[in-house]
Ligand binder design. Structure first.
Ligand code: ATP
Length: 436
């Protein structure tokens, strides 16, 4: 499926108009590459995290979830290699002063104005901060650039407290920070973003098999929650592309309007991280296999995805434009699990107190089980359009007849088909529609 070239502008505008994503600190002119999720976007984000957590932590019996602190001991980043090598090589244009990643420039000229570039230099992507009142070397630490290390340093805590046997995994969702240089493409490359990561610990020698299993598992997950298969592909890294810790890596890519780009990477991190931490902290971080009486440092398969990138892909993929009765209809065909509101209750006439009361009662009756909205601020045509644009699967319309026949009309977002159902069965109707 070919993405339309102006899709990015359309989506950015929809996100702002409908409360999905705003520029951070917009009233001050914005802060580059940071974004705020509005009331609708925050729901989508919460649903996406829930979908990931459910699939990995609840539907499987071999993964535990944790939530580690963003701030970690600075030795963590020495061990992981981030202090020495989490870098981009940059050059500045002497004329227009813009800064570029050298890997994105061909030749020695500025790709924007043709000016001369400075010598390339290394730039560490970690954001620094100081803990405590004195800003010296001793108080320096970093905002984590990945959530993975919070898992590695807790490996033994989880094995011991949960009596886990290998193979098993630890999952975590949380914020990460990178002082990214090129930050185009909306939320795709942000300086503050969220990751969903699993470190899956296996016996050395079984790592290749687990690596392939996880590539498949993660690929089908995106399709399960609604991304069209033709917009997803796998791309295996060549040897020279591999990170210093990786034996193999496959990216799951999405066909964004700006080209195929990484959604998630699945890497075989070998025993690199546990070995490094063991070396720097001076404690053994190995595993004792009761069955074989062997002691070894596990290998690790890491599926590492970005929440914000995933949301962007789900939004692009769900975006629909069609003509209905001579008018343009924009809708988000989001998977029901991701839809920010599950239903909207709309009275056909807002100047009829009895009708408004019935509609409000129906909405209130649904609130304990579902995120719903009551809206009477426009004509029914406009109300439908608003709900379509944020992907609300069901609109429940209350009309004058509802007062006498105690029935309402439920309109399906995608087919626009309408069902007339009894007021007393609305809740059961939604429960049925949202069952797995
Ligand atoms: P890229 O090559 O695009 O910079 P990466 O290979 O450095 O990404 P990883 O370190 O593998 O990314 O991070 C795992 C996941 O975290 C990525 O697949 C992506 O979804 C997400 N991610 C990484 N950096 C960012 C960012 N700056 N903004 C949003 N998401 C990000």
């Amino acid at each position: 499926m070919q993405q339309q070239p102006d899709m990015m502008d359309k989506l950015v505008s929809l996100c702002k108009r409908r409360g999905i994503i705003f520029q951070s600190s917009e009233i001050y002119g914005g802060l580059a590459a940071t974004w705020d999720y509005g009331p609708i976007g925050a729901e989508i984000k919460k649903n996406l995290k829930e979908a990931w957590w459910r699939s990995n932590v609840y539907e499987r019996d071999d993964i535990e979830g944790i939530e580690a602190a963003i701030l970690m001991h600075p030795m963590t980043w020495m061990a992981s290699g981030h202090v020495s090598s989490f870098e981009d090589t940059l050059a500045d244009c002497k004329s227009c002063k813009k800064r570029f990643k050298v890997e994105n420039v061909t030749g020695k000229k500025c790709p924007e104005c043709g000016g001369e570039l400075t010598e390339a230099r290394q730039f560490n992507l970690m954001l620094k901060t100081h803990l405590g009142p004195i800003e010296d070397e001793g108080s320096l630490t970093y905002l984590r650039p990945e959530t993975a290390q919070g898992i590695f340093v807790n490996f033994q805590n989880v094995v011991n407290s949960m009596r886990r046997k290998i193979p098993f995994g630890i999952a975590q969702i949380g914020k990460s920070f990178r002082n990214e240089i090129t930050t185009r493409s909306f939320t795709f490359r942000s300086r503050e973003f969220e990751q969903m990561e699993i470190e899956y610990f296996v016996k050395p020698g079984t790592d290749d098999e687990w690596y392939h299993k996880w590539v498949e598992e993660r690929f089908v997950w995106y399709a399960r929650f609604g991304i069209r298969k033709e917009n997803l592909r796998k791309r295996q890294h060549e040897k020279k592309e591999l990170a210093h810790y990786a034996k193999a890596c496959t990216d799951i890519e999405y066909n964004f309007p700006f080209g195929w780009s990484e959604l998630e990477g699945i890497a075989n991190r070998t025993d690199f991280d546990l070995k490094q931490h063991s070396r720097l902290c001076g404690k053994e971080l190995d595993y004792f296999d009761e069955a074989t009486k062997e002691r070894f440092i596990p290998y690790v398969i890491e599926p590492s995805g970005g929440i914000d990138r995933a949301i962007l892909a789900f939004l692009f993929d769900a975006y629909r434009e069609e003509e209905v009765k001579g008018e343009k209809r924009v809708s988000l065909a989001l998977h029901k699990a991701l839809a920010p509101l599950k239903a909207a209750v709309l009275p056909l006439l807002r100047n009829r107190p009895d009708l408004v009361e019935l509609a409000k009662n129906i909405a209130n009756g649904l609130r304990k089980g579902f995120k719903v909205m009551y809206d009477d601020t426009a004509s029914i045509g406009r109300l439908y359009r608003r709900q379509d644009e944020i992907g609300t699967p069901y609109c429940i319309t209350v009309d004058v007849d509802s007062l006498s026949d105690r029935k309402v009309t439920v309109r399906d977002r995608d087919s626009m088909k309408q069902d007339r159902i009894s007021v007393d069965t609305v809740k059961a109707y939604l429960v049925d529609k949202f069952k797995d």
